[in-house]
Write a protein that binds this ligand. Structure first.
Ligand code: BGC
Length: 882
């Protein structure tokens, strides 16, 4: 057994971390049978004091192990190794050493000022991106050099003309009133003896750019672009120099005339300033910066990885549209931008217009609403390679306008799509014998990639792209399987709950960072995210801090934020809710107005959240509160049943969502009622929607789990395999490469849903992948952090095999199954070291196993497929065909 992936907190790259006492975690590699850690040794080397200590920890804990040494100081480095010993007294080797470096912990560590270019208070025009620069001298030989840097806006920094680091859109987006993340870079390789230059380009980004629908708003958090940077150099002789942003910096403008998140960039290559960030450049006509005001207390080291350019995709095809526009297809709806080679006469303006889909052979830009999603390049007569840096687009197609009339069409080889997102570690893979289902899974991954850019957003293309809480509420369990999102979401959640707690009514904003004006609106499902998202993150990671940090925000929401009906403690029935958002029969322009009573939805979630509060309180050692929440949940259940459940188990909203929520959240007073409700749900699916979907944001993530709970997995497979609208596979049959916002974002005739809210890249309905992981592959955590794993594959539909892998916090967990001739099922499961698993095979009782590879061949009689429709054969219906 080998120790792998030694890490601190949720950092993938522990350079410039914000924790003086970072908790340590490690995984196990190797499939030794029955390997449990009995104790571990942690070696901490501190180069600053040449001290090496070894700490013994006589426990099986291998996640979030408290820092064993004294606290680290700002900028201190420690080198850590770990080895473990098993219950069979076998030692692992020492792990690979991990170098951990602390950033600037205290506000006083910042010996520099916020510098600003020109002020700009106008709410009507974008900020022109600003170049900042300053020279500094190096007379001694440096041994270590770090740059700590952040901006009010988005920045790129340079030393002596070289870009520092590979982050894009840094420092990302946060609730700027409460936190501003800074980055730490090693800049030793870029320094040179004599005169050096540090330069930074700052554009408006999210900080003061236009955000929000209906025209949006500019300057939400400030009206001036700002930069804060500090260089700390340690010389060979152990002396130190610190220099930072101050009055000596100058600013000017470059070729970038505009850079907006929604609208794109305007880049005038005629105005390029060669060498502006090198010492040869003359900055005499540059202007002096102003010093701004900054609360240094909000500066924070990041919890998660930065955004990066992750992948490049070559153009697949290019052609002239019916209206003679040149269109390039990248074959994949993605988020990022296009790098291209352009040429043409000086002054020629080329527009690169991005779109997710085509309609009537043309780029469909209407769904983008008031986002232009256009990068404009003005040429200087020379060939140029252009790539935007301070915007991003959600697109599959690129329309190239303004190409020189007398030259041949653009060469598609000159256009590459660059995929950009937060550089999370991929942890989950799923593949089965059905290629259409695999494409659906692929689409879910692409929608996660497209909407995990610094904050988790609803969509990446139109004039919205906001951190809608309800969307992540639906998707969080899926996200926690596919990638490691904990660091990124830790920062986001902190912002969300800080915004909530700053509000006197203790209501979380519907979007975080909050861009909406006025007091926050309490809404179930969306507001419930302050309870359910920390819970999902805890379940996936095993990190109690992720719930403990938000406990008071959770109690504030449950006890103060929710608008209750005085009598029974349920939601005030007159309070407007967003309901089962986007249920397929809701009117296109009134997506919350589906057939399920929105107050019922709110109350079902309220009970679920109260249950979670009881569990969370218990985990945090708050027995009294846990008990109180349990009794409250029991009382609310009674109230719910009184209001919504008949003696015979009918639920007053006779819909898939109402029944599924009531089943999954255990809202029936007795099991006979639950069984009646299950039969009714089966009836609705067969007779009313004919195997198609009847759920929106609230019901969709729950429906499959509810059907599995009542033994109706095969019926759910039938829904999952359905290809007519509305179904999960319908978009795949229409060529979708991401998950759509609406079940019918594109209609069967190829037209785009004409409502004012149609995205082709929204992850919420992608929550289906969570059901696929937990039931088709049969892989889910039985205990938080996957300390105990539940392995329970349920083959079904026309599938003949499945293979899923998951890099759990403890190491690789894997399930493979395959139907064999002669009614047999082969299952192979890998369980990582220091965990156990409960394996349940179809028709068999659960068995407990320890780490290692477990192989089984069992008798297996496939269930009847497809499940029979409800109507007799003389009343056939199109949708009954699988
Ligand atoms: C967003 C959704 C969001 C909803 C709630 C929409 O505009 O795109 O995904 O949850 O509004 O009102």
């Amino acid at each position: 057994m080998k120790i792998s992936n030694l890490r601190v907190e949720h950092h993938a790259e522990p350079l410039g971390i914000g924790e003086p006492n970072p908790r340590l975690s490690w995984s196990f590699e190797g499939l030794e049978p029955n390997w449990q850690q009995q104790a571990c040794e942690i070696e901490v080397q501190r180069p600053a004091s040449s001290q090496v200590d070894v700490f013994t920890n006589p426990t099986s804990q291998s996640l979030y192990v408290p820092w064993p040494a004294t606290a680290l100081a700002s900028r201190e480095i420690a080198i850590v190794r770990v080895r473990a010993v098993s219950t069979a007294r076998e030692y692992t080797d020492w792990s690979m050493p991990l170098t951990v470096e602390v950033g600037l912990l205290q506000p006083e560590d910042w010996a520099c000022s916020l510098i600003q270019g020109p002020g700009q208070s106008s709410n009507t025009s974008p900020h022109i991106p600003v170049l900042f620069r300053r020279t500094f001298e190096l007379h001694k030989s440096p041994q270590k050099a770090r740059l700590y840097i952040s901006a009010q806006g988005v920045y790129e920094s340079f030393i002596n003309g070289c870009k520092i680091g590979d982050h894009v859109l840094a420092p990302g987006w946060t609730s700027y009133d409460h936190q501003l993340t800074y980055q730490t870079f090693d800049i030793l390789p870029q320094l040179k003896p004599g005169t050096n230059v540090i330069g930074a380009e700052v554009a408006e980004g999210w900080f003061c750019g236009r955000l929000g629908f209906g025209g949006g708003e500019r300057n939400i958090w400030g009206s001036t672009l700002g930069l804060i940077a500090q260089i700390c150099i340690t010389y060979d002789d152990s002396t130190e120099d610190i220099l930072g942003t101050d009055q000596a910096w100058k600013y000017s403008y470059g070729p970038l005339l505009r850079a907006e998140i929604y609208d794109g960039e305007v880049f005038d290559t005629r105005a390029m300033l060669a060498g502006w960030n090198t010492s040869e450049f003359q900055d005499r006509d540059w202007q002096s910066v102003k010093i701004g005001v900054l609360d240094y207390g909000i500066l924070r080291a990041p919890d998660g990885p930065p955004m990066r350019r992750i992948q490049e995709i070559a153009a697949k095809n290019g052609w002239e549209s019916p209206s003679k526009k040149f269109i390039i297809d990248f074959g994949q709806n993605l988020v990022g931008w296009v790098r291209c080679k352009l040429h043409g006469p000086s002054g020629l303006k080329i527009d690169l217009i991005h779109a997710e889909v085509l309609e009537n052979g043309e780029c469909a830009t209407k769904p983008l609403r008031q986002a232009k999603c256009t990068d404009t390049v003005i040429l200087n007569g020379q060939p140029v390679i252009y790539e935007p840096r301070f915007t991003f687009h959600g697109f599959r197609y690129l329309q190239v306008d303004g190409w020189p009339a007398n030259s041949k069409s653009p060469d598609i080889q000159d256009f590459k799509a660059v995929v950009v997102h937060t550089d999370m570690v991929r942890t989950g893979w799923f593949e089965c014998s059905d290629s259409v289902l695999n494409r659906l899974h692929e689409n879910v991954i692409w929608s996660m990639r497209g909407n995990f850019l610094s904050v988790p957003t609803d969509c990446p293309q139109r004039d919205e792209r906001l951190g809608w809480t309800g969307d992540l509420q639906a998707f969080a369990p899926t996200a926690c399987f596919l990638y490691n999102p904990y660091g990124m979401l830790r920062t986001w959640l902190r912002g969300l709950t800080k915004e909530q707690q700053a509000d006197p009514s203790k209501v979380p904003p519907l979007v975080s960072p909050n861009t909406l004006k006025g007091p926050p609106h309490p809404a179930a499902v969306w507001g419930d995210s302050v309870v359910s998202i920390p819970w999902d993150l805890f379940r996936g990671s095993g990190d109690r801090a992720l719930v403990a940090d938000h406990y008071s925000a959770m109690t504030d929401w449950i006890q103060k934020g929710i608008r209750r009906d005085d009598a029974g403690g349920l939601w005030d029935p007159g309070h407007p809710q967003l309901g089962d958002w986007l249920e397929p029969t809701a009117p296109p322009d009134d997506p919350g107005n589906g057939p399920t009573d929105e107050v019922l939805v709110a109350n079902a979630f309220l009970i679920r959240m109260t249950d979670l509060m009881a569990q969370i309180s218990l985990i945090l050692g708050r027995e009294k509160q846990s008990h109180e929440y349990s009794s409250e949940a029991a009382a609310l259940r009674q109230e719910f049943a009184r209001n919504y459940i008949t003696d015979q188990g009918r639920v007053v909203s006779d819909t898939q969502t109402a029944l599924a929520l009531s089943i999954q959240f255990s809202l029936f007073p007795n099991s006979a009622q639950e069984q009646k409700a299950a039969s009714r749900l089966v009836h609705l699916i067969k007779a009313k929607t004919r195997f198609k979907i009847g759920t929106g944001f609230a019901g969709t993530p729950i429906l499959g789990h509810a059907l599995t709970k009542v033994g109706q997995t095969q019926l759910f497979y039938r829904m999952l395999f359905h290809k007519k609208c509305p179904s999960w596979l319908y978009p795949v049959t229409m060529g979708a490469t991401t998950v759509w916002e609406r079940w019918d974002s594109m209609r069967p005739d190829g037209t785009v849903n004409p409502s004012n809210m149609t995205s082709f890249n929204h992850y919420a309905f992608g929550a289906i992948a969570n059901w696929m992981h937990s039931n088709i592959a049969g892989l889910q955590p039985a205990e938080p952090g996957w300390k105990k794993i539940c392995i329970r594959p349920i083959p079904g539909g026309s599938l003949t095999s499945c293979h899923a892998r998951f890099l759990s916090p403890y190491g690789l967990a894997e399930v493979k199954w395959k139907l064999l001739d002669g009614q047999k099922l082969y299952v192979e499961a890998s369980v990582p070291g220091n965990t156990t698993a409960e394996i349940t095979l179809p028709g068999e009782s659960p068995r407990d196993v320890e780490s290692g590879v477990h192989k089984y061949t069992v008798d297996y009689e496939p269930p009847i497929w497809p499940p029979l429709p409800i109507y007799p054969p003389f009343m056939p219906h199109d949708d009954d065909e699988p």
